[in-house]
Design a protein around this ligand. Structure first.
Ligand SMILES: [Zn+2]
Length: 376
């Protein structure tokens, strides 16, 4: 069994984005509650660890002092056009009570996970309050203020680790890709809805890194309506071969749940069964995995997906019982008592006919442009 760390605390539950924001911080606490109730946070190899605020010296490895100052000032009620120009106080990134403290604590949770992995004290760690992949050094965007994913990759890379960053949030992991666009020690792979139809408008398949980083930034845009089978085909064609070629020491995994069918902000059509398969693929590499939350705007679906992901990540799938082992076909139920897996969702012929050819074209492009750079 992997030594598994779940990162959460009562302290972090006190922060909330404004009521009208689609971003719900309480997803983390609810995930923890579901896992606790189901007995999935106990065991000799499982422990809960509280996040601690990220140190300023660490934050400055990615964010500018000017930006951090503006964010902290905004929390204290001092806000100006300069801060607004950095994305602070916009509709997506509002100033709420404790915004700086929350962003720094949430990021600190991911960094706690990175440290435990670096010290060899954990094999897997999950911070459901992490995954703020849209933050840039001097810009808040897409509900993100402090980029915990980029910071964790930086810390791990500084310690000499080869880092594979995998981002399956429905939005392109632009802030992290930006951080490592010209580096070859951190490979970033992002699967997301086609940027033509979704924020942030980046992450096309021809964005492959530059200079020393050429071939180490991988973008796999997915057509509207992409469903489990199509997604997993694309994943299997592209991701395991690249991970194998790159041979990372550690995997940082952003598990946004806004790819799921029914998400109000996006247009993909997955079920959480796809996430189980993705995690099982990652586990085959036998490397430590630092997993974070991310997007996910249908709260119930997101909580269930993250609870299921933790269960698989921490090696507890057997504890889910027969129905979970059956693979989403038989005996499934979407209510809480019925297990964590989603029911399969029906896929139309029209969906197949629009999704599959577009996806195949993307896979062909990636194989032509990126694979040869890794001897594939
Ligand atoms: Zn997202």
């Amino acid at each position: 069994m992997p030594r598994s760390v779940f990162i959460h605390s009562q302290e972090i539950e006190k922060y909330r984005y404004p009521e009208d924001s689609p971003f719900k911080t309480e997803r983390a606490g609810r995930t923890r509650q579901v896992l606790y109730t189901m007995g999935l946070l106990y065991g000799p190899d499982i422990r809960e660890v509280a996040p601690v605020p990220a140190a300023r010296t660490v934050l400055k490895k990615f964010h500018s002092a000017r930006y951090l100052h503006a964010l902290k000032s905004a929390q204290q009620g001092k806000w100006d056009v300069e801060a607004l120009a950095m994305g602070i106080g916009t509709e997506d990134c509002p100033i709420f009570k404790g915004v700086y403290d929350y962003a720094v604590l949430a990021a600190g949770g991911t960094l706690v996970g990175a440290e435990l992995i670096l010290r060899g004290e954990a094999d897997v760690a999950f911070n459901p309050s992490g995954g703020y992949h849209h933050a840039f050094p001097e810009r808040a965007a897409g509900f993100c203020y402090v980029n915990d994913n980029a910071l964790a990759c930086l810390i791990l890379a500084e310690a000499g680790r080869r880092v594979l960053y995998l981002d399956v949030d429905v939005h392109n992991g632009d802030g992290v890709a930006h951080a490592f666009y010209e580096r070859s020690d951190v490979m970033t792979i992002s699967l997301h809805e086609n940027p033509k139809t979704l924020f942030p408008g980046t992450g096309f398949e021809d964005e492959i890194g530059a200079g020393a980083g050429r071939g180490y930034c991988v973008n796999l845009p997915l057509p509207v309506g992409t469903f489990d089978q199509a997604y997993l085909h694309a994943f299997e064609e592209i991701v395991p071969p690249l991970i194998g070629a790159f041979n990372p020491d550690v995997i940082v995994f952003e598990l946004g749940a806004d790819t799921l069918a029914g998400d109000p902000l996006a247009h993909l059509y997955l079920t959480n069964n796809a996430y189980v398969e993705i995690i099982q693929h990652l586990q085959r590499f036998g490397k430590p995995i630092l997993m974070t939350g991310g997007g996910g705007y249908h709260v119930e679906n997101t909580v269930r997906a993250w609870a299921l992901a933790w269960t698989v990540l921490s090696g507890q799938q057997a504890d889910l019982g027969l129905e979970a082992m059956m693979g989403g076909v038989m005996l499934q139920s979407t209510d809480w008592q019925g297990g964590l897996r989603d029911r399969e969702v029906p896929v139309t012929n029209e969906q197949r006919q629009t999704v599959l050819p577009a996806l195949q074209a993307t896979l062909d492009t990636l194989k032509a442009k990126v694979f040869p750079l890794h001897g594939l």
